[in-house]
Design a protein around this ligand. Structure first.
Ligand SMILES: [Zn+2]
Ligand SMILES: [Zn+2]
Length: 110
């Protein structure tokens, strides 16, 4: 029962600690940056930009109309997509073509 020495236990503990730190590092980083923004009085969602890039059109303000398979072809074969005249860009309905939406957190803080 005395097979595990103190140094082995210490090594195991350090290894576990390093493992946990590696796993938690990105989350801690995100948490700190968010809390830093709050401590600076900035909106943690938009960094006081008051607007967030639209997730539907990726900030472009335009989305391609037409079926999904056309946009898939467009992504895979851009040279083919250019030849498709029936695919048109229309104003994004999510952001009314502005390319951004107003931050909901900031509008709440009014
Ligand atoms: Zn949009
Ligand atoms: Zn905001």
């Amino acid at each position: 029962m005395e097979n595990i020495t103190a140094s082995e236990i210490a090594g195991l503990g350090v290894g576990t600690l390093l493992f946990c730190a590696t796993i938690a590092a990105p989350k801690v980083d995100a948490f700190i940056s968010a809390s830093q923004r709050v401590s600076l009085g900035m909106c943690k969602k938009c960094g006081d930009m008051k607007v967030i890039a639209c997730s539907r059109c990726k900030g472009a303000g335009l989305v391609k109309s037409g079926a999904l398979n056309f946009s898939l072809v467009d992504d895979l074969f851009p040279f083919l997509g250019d030849q498709k005249t029936n695919v048109q860009s229309i104003s994004c309905s999510n952001c009314q073509g502005r390319g951004h939406i107003y931050c909901s957190d900031c509008s709440k803080r009014k």
